[in-house]
Write a protein of this length. Structure first.
Length: 534
């Protein structure tokens, strides 16, 4: 039986008991998860292909078999669509390792789950996130009517968090973005980039249609085609055509391979010139808030414009200045030669997201401080940077913590935004990161991690209310958190083990869990229980 795109969407929605859009189905087709066939000139979807893909939809039983019966499926947020997990300002800027806002809501808001027995925070309380990252806890605290303080060793992380929560004149922001876009468009038109990209796109499309038909990905999965060998052959076959177009249109693709500056190493010369143009225009804007907002949009733009393959955008390997076989899209793709398209797209999207969030914002205070959570004096720094929030925290004390410390040996948090540190001139403090990738996951690295995280909570206790509650999101594969709690003078009084369904890694279909540890002051709770809220 063959289905149209709309029929496939309706079938999947009924099967899963949640809304599956035609865009969701199109995504699955694009990445080869669902097959298509042509019938009477129309693209159709075999029912068997849909059933095969969605046959594993009842993941609860499968995941509990792999991860244990103590998995709390309520915390899987299985029926939450991606549009909700990335709602309003949460998708203003890419950031590795952040948790979804629904997880914060569940533990901060006593009304989010009618079956939840305990309520730990109330409207008007103050929440702390000493590993603030991109500000998810702060944004959700605002939406829930709570004050919040964030701390992060990365100046750029603090910048992202505070920019999400900023107060903007949207008319002025729109007009300034429109003016810069116009100047950028005029500049690009003088370079012949549009003509070059149009001819390249047309030529490449014809090549891909011929050598990478719709059936290509399914043939690769079936083992009928050696993707690596075939892709390399076709990549080499198109290269001469690409280089001739570059020469004909006089496009500069020469880049410095040994430069200490990120911008020179990872951006084509023409792209870099456009970035510098937009940056200079933003710097001339007098309204500090509008300038901050546009800088965040520029950062989001240039992250998408690095000279790398689509598959390696998250973890850079080597600069890519020519066309290449793209294992992500299953065809030959091209580098990016202008930021104009992304800049226009992100200006529109970002302003819409700020406006959407502005309609939900409560009259509360949130601020992220740049500093070392192991030693920082929160009251002193807030007094300097946000006196109103400092006044609240002094008078009421901080009710508790909701945070997710870095996972040991997983991410270099400064390096993932190296482009921004280079362009914006932020000071890097890589050596103060806790558990960075460059230190690995060995015994010495784990001990350093335990010492660092424990020191954070021990220091932060000085600013908490007596009956505080601490919630820590972690995948504790090395069983470090009992030791961390002990060294911080805290006790683990409960833990909630949740399946993580929506991962971006290549092995996202493999069963994976994380635990939300609930800690209190040592001696205040003696009984340890394992939560099972299902």
């Amino acid at each position: 039986m063959l289905l149209t795109l709309k029929q496939a969407s309706q079938w999947a929605s009924e099967y899963l008991k949640k809304n599956v859009t035609t865009a969701n189905i199109s995504y699955l087709i694009q990445y080869g998860h669902i097959e298509t066939v042509f019938e009477n000139g129309s693209k159709m979807i075999p029912m068997d292909s849909l059933k095969k893909y969605y046959g594993h939809a009842n993941r609860e039983i499968r995941w509990k078999n792999q991860l244990g019966a103590d998995i709390n499926w309520t915390l899987s947020f299985e029926k939450i669509k991606e549009a909700e997990t990335t709602k309003h300002v949460h998708r203003l800027h890419p950031y590795k390792g952040k948790f979804i806002p629904q997880l914060v809501e569940y533990f901060l808001d006593g009304h989010v789950d009618e079956f939840k027995k305990e309520v730990y925070f109330q409207a008007g309380d103050i929440v702390l996130d000493p590993f603030c990252g991109s500000g998810t806890t702060l944004v959700q605290a605002n939406e829930l009517g709570m004050h919040a303080v964030g701390i992060d060793i990365s100046a750029f992380n603090a910048f992202i968090s505070n920019a999400k929560l900023g107060h903007y004149n949207f008319i002025q922001l729109y007009e300034q973005s429109k003016e810069i876009t116009s100047e950028l468009r005029n500049y690009v038109s003088t370079l012949g980039i549009r003509e070059f990209e149009a001819e390249l796109a047309e030529t490449l499309s014809s090549f891909n249609n011929k050598y990478f038909p719709i059936s290509f990905k399914s043939q690769v999965r079936a083992g009928e085609i050696d993707q690596k060998k075939y892709g390399a052959e076709k990549e080499a076959a198109f290269l001469a055509t690409y280089l001739k177009l570059v020469s004909d249109h006089k496009i500069d693709i020469q880049m410095s391979r040994d430069s200490a500056r990120f911008m020179k190493q990872w951006y084509l010369p023409g792209v870099r010139a456009e970035i510098e143009l937009v940056h200079s225009k933003i710097q001339r804007i007098k309204d500090a808030a509008v300038q901050e907002a546009l800088m965040l949009i520029l950062s989001r733009t240039i992250r998408s414009c690095r000279a790398t393959t689509h598959a390696d955008l998250g973890t850079l390997r080597e600069p890519m200045t020519t066309t290449y076989y793209c294992r992500k899209h299953g065809k030959v793709c091209k580098p990016l030669f202008s930021i104009l398209g992304w800049w226009e797209r992100y200006c529109k999207d970002s302003i819409e997201r700020w406006i959407e969030f502005n309609q939900l914002k409560s009259d509360t205070c949130q601020h992220c401080i740049t500093g070392d959570s192991r030693t920082i004096d929160i009251f002193k720094m807030l007094k300097r940077e946000n006196p109103q929030l400092e006044e609240f925290t002094h008078a009421k004390r901080i009710k508790g913590i909701f945070t997710s410390p870095p996972y040991v040996g997983l991410i270099n948090y400064h390096e993932q935004h190296a482009y921004a540190y280079d362009l914006f001139g932020f000071k890097r403090l890589d050596e103060l990161e806790i558990g960075p990738l460059f230190r690995g996951k060995g015994r010495e690295a784990r001990e350093s991690y335990i010492h660092g995280v424990a020191a954070v909570f021990k220091n932060c206790k000085r600013f908490l209310a007596d009956d505080y509650d601490v919630f820590i999101v972690a995948n504790d594969k090395y069983n470090m958190y009992p030791t961390i709690a002990e060294r911080a003078g805290m006790s683990i009084v409960n833990q909630h083990k949740r399946p993580v369904l929506n991962r971006t890694e290549k092995n996202r279909e493999s069963a994976y869990s994380e635990t939300i540890f609930h800690l209190k002051e040592k001696g205040s709770e003696n009984e340890f229980t394992t939560a099972n809220d299902d």
